[in-house]
Design a protein around this ligand. Structure first.
Ligand SMILES: *Cc1c(COP(=O)(O)O)cnc(C)c1O
Length: 387
C-alpha cells in the first residue's frame, strides 16, 4: 500500500457514483420536465416492480416519507396500537406516532438485531392495528412466522426495508411480504439518490389511494394517465414524490445494481471469514446469518463483549485512521420516549445499542484498505488477549 493510502482516513461510508448520473440529469434538464412522476420516475418504479415482483412502486423523497405514506394508508388513528422494534431508526416510529398511534416496542433477538418474532403474539391486544418490522443489515426477519401471525390477527404488516434492497427470504424479495415495503436511497444505503426512498404497495386494494396520497390528496395521477378529464382534491395527502432530477440520479444507480451488489457482498464475505476465528474464540460476535435469508452487503458489524470494549475498539481503529461507528440507541430509552414506554425491559435492544459496531463498507473500499481494517481489528483483540 502506498504511504498516501495508509495516511488517509478510511471512512465508514463513501457514496459511489456510477458515472451515468450527470448524463441522465442533463437529459431531464434539457427535457424541461423537472417535477415528479416523469419518465425517470416511471423507469425506476418499473425496474423495482419487474425485478423484485413488488406490487405498485412509488418513489418518495425518503424512506421516512414512504413510512409516513404507509401509516396514512393503513388508516392508523388515535389510540391504535402499533408494534415495532426498539432497535431501529426514529423514522420507523415517528411515522406512526404522527398518526396518533400508541407505540409498543418489541425486543430484538438475542442472536440478531432483528425483531424477536416469538415475542410478538404476547404484545397483540384488541387495539393492535399493525406490526412494523425492520430487516436489519439487509437480513430478512422470520417472515413465515410474522406473515402467519398478521393474517391470524388481521393486522397490517409494514416492512421497513430501508436496508433490505436486493435481499431475499426463501427466494422472495424483502419488502414484498407486507401490505407495504419502505425503501431508502439515502447516501448510506447500497443504491443511492442522496436522499430518496420508495414505497412498495403490495396489496391491490391500496393502489388507487396510494397514488392519491402521493400526489397531495389529488387524483392527478389518474388525470395524467387519462383516466379522468380533470383533477382535484379527493382525499388527504402530502407531497411525497421526488423530482425527476432525483429519479434520474437513482436510475443510473439501479442500472448498476448487480455490479454494486457483487462488490459489497464480496467485501462483506471477506470481513465475515476474516473474523470467524475471533467469534469462535469468543472474543466478539460476528453477524449471525438468519436461516433462509440472503446477504446484501449493506452493513457489516461486530458485537463487542461490553460497551467499554466497543469504545476502545472504536478509538483503536480511529488511531489507525479507520472510522468505525456504532448504530441505533434503543428508542424505548430515548430522551423523547423513555417516559412514554411501558416498563418492559428489552435487554437485546440494549445489547445492540451498547455493543454493536459497524466497519467501513463501500463500493470503492480497496482490497488494501479492507486488509488494514481487518488487521487493525485483529491486532486489537490480539493485544487484549496478551494483556
Ligand atoms: C436509513 C433508514 C431509514 C431512513 O431512511 P431515509 O431515506 O433517510 O428516510 C429508516 N429506517 C431504517 C431501518 C433505515 O436504515
Amino acid at each position: 500500500m502506498s504511504t498516501q493510502e495508509s495516511n488517509t482516513l478510511i471512512p465508514y461510508n463513501k457514496p459511489y457514483i456510477t458515472g451515468k448520473e450527470l448524463g441522465y440529469i442533463k437529459q431531464v434538464i434539457e427535457s424541461g420536465a423537472l417535477s415528479g412522476n416523469g419518465a425517470f420516475t416511471k423507469k425506476c418504479q418499473t425496474f423495482f416492480e419487474h425485478t423484485y415482483h413488488f406490487g405498485k412502486c412509488l418513489l418518495t423523497t425518503s424512506c421516512t416519507d414512504a413510512l409516513e405514506m404507509a401509516a396514512l394508508l393503513s388508516g392508523i388513528t388515535d389510540g391504535d396500537e402499533v408494534i415495532l422494534p426498539s432497535y431501529t431508526f426514529v423514522s420507523t416510529a415517528n411515522a406512526f406516532l404522527l398518526r396518533g398511534a400508541k407505540l409498543v416496542f418489541a425486543d430484538s433477538l438475542h442472536q440478531h438485531p432483528n425483531i424477536d418474532h416469538h415475542s410478538l403474539e404476547a404484545l397483540i391486544t384488541p387495539k393492535t392495528k399493525a406490526i412494523v418490522i425492520v430487516h436489519y443489515a439487509g437480513f430478512g426477519c422470520e417472515m413465515e412466522h410474522i406473515v402467519t401471525l398478521c393474517k391470524k390477527h388481521n393486522l397490517i404488516l409494514i416492512e421497513d426495508a430501508a436496508q433490505g434492497t436486493d435481499s431475499f427470504y426463501k427466494g422472495q424479495a424483502l419488502g414484498s411480504f407486507g401490505q407495504f415495503g419502505a425503501f431508502s436511497f439515502h447516501a448510506t444505503k447500497n443504491l443511492i439518490a442522496g436522499e430518496g426512498g420508495m414505497l412498495a404497495v403490495n396489496q391491490a386494494t391500496f393502489h388507487n389511494r396510494s397514488e392519491i396520497i402521493w400526489e397531495k390528496g389529488t387524483n392527478k395521477t389518474a388525470f395524467v394517465k387519462g383516466e379522468v378529464n380533470q383533477y382535484g382534491w379527493v382525499d388527504i395527502g402530502s407531497s411525497f414524490l421526488p423530482s425527476e432530477l432525483t429519479a434520474a440520479f437513482l436510475f443510473a444507480q439501479l442500472e448498476a445494481t448487480q455490479q454494486i451488489q457483487k462488490r459489497r457482498i464480496e467485501i462483506w464475505n471477506n470481513y465475515y471469514s476474516s473474523f470467524q476465528k475471533l467469534a469462535e474464540e469468543g472474543s466478539c460476535e460476528i453477524p449471525n446469518i438468519p436461516e433462509h435469508t440472503t446477504i446484501n452487503g449493506q452493513i457489516f458489524y461486530l458485537v463487542c463483549t461490553s460497551n467499554e470494549e466497543r469504545s476502545s475498539l472504536i478509538s483503536h481503529l480511529k488511531n489507525n485512521n479507520i472510522q468505525a461507528v456504532f448504530h441505533y440507541l434503543s428508542l424505548h430509552k430515548s430522551r423523547f420516549f423513555k417516559d412514554k414506554h411501558d416498563s418492559r425491559n428489552l435487554p437485546n435492544a440494549d445489547k445492540y445499542t451498547e455493543r454493536l459496531v459497524r466497519l467501513p463498507l463501500y463500493y470503492e473500499l480497496s482490497k488494501g484498505q479492507q486488509q488494514s481494517v481487518i488487521e487493525a481489528v485483529l491486532s486489537f483483540y490480539q493485544s487484549k488477549k496478551s494483556s
